[in-house]
Ligand binder design. Structure first.
Ligand SMILES: [Zn+2]
Length: 154
């Protein structure tokens, strides 16, 4: 009977460890901490001075998300403003999970100053390896310096 229990415990333990393993990797990875703990939806675009660190602001008008604003998570102090609707191109999409935390798609690659490159999922900031490099230097076939002429100011 004792042996049976031990065998049972061992198989349960195995199942747990298998379930906790992340797909495609054999090692446990920890998620970055939550940076934006909630998205605040407002009707009027706030001034840059009103956007404080770790706040994710979504401007909505008539059920449409228009803009996302937040302070760059690298702590350079600059406010990132992203268009969320046509006719802007590029534009981003924002979703807000049940806990009120934002996800942003696709990633943000700032084309000036800190050149931060990151994406946001469930309020967590995921940094890419090429963050800090100018996009047109890291990926010259995809990005051109002339992209600035589009008025994109991220
Ligand atoms: Zn920055």
């Amino acid at each position: 009977m004792w042996n049976l229990l031990k065998t049972l415990a061992a198989s349960i333990g195995m199942r747990f460890s298998r379930r906790n393993r992340r797909p495609n990797t054999g090692e446990a990875r920890t998620l970055p901490g939550v940076w934006f703990d909630r998205a605040t939806v407002v009707e009027k675009t706030p001034s840059n001075a009103a956007v404080v660190e770790k706040h994710f602001v979504v401007v909505r008008y008539k059920d449409k998300f228009l803009w996302a604003l937040f302070k760059c998570p690298c702590r350079c102090g600059e406010v990132v403003s992203l268009p969320l609707q046509a006719p802007h191109s590029p534009r981003w999409s924002v979703s807000i999970n049940n806990a009120g935390r934002p996800s942003l798609y696709p990633s943000v690659w700032r084309n000036k100053a800190c050149m931060s490159h990151f994406w946001i999922e469930d309020g967590r900031v995921f940094w890419t390896l090429d963050t800090g490099m100018a996009p047109w230097i890291a990926k010259p076939t995809l990005y051109h310096r002339q992209d600035r002429r589009d008025g994109l100011d991220v």
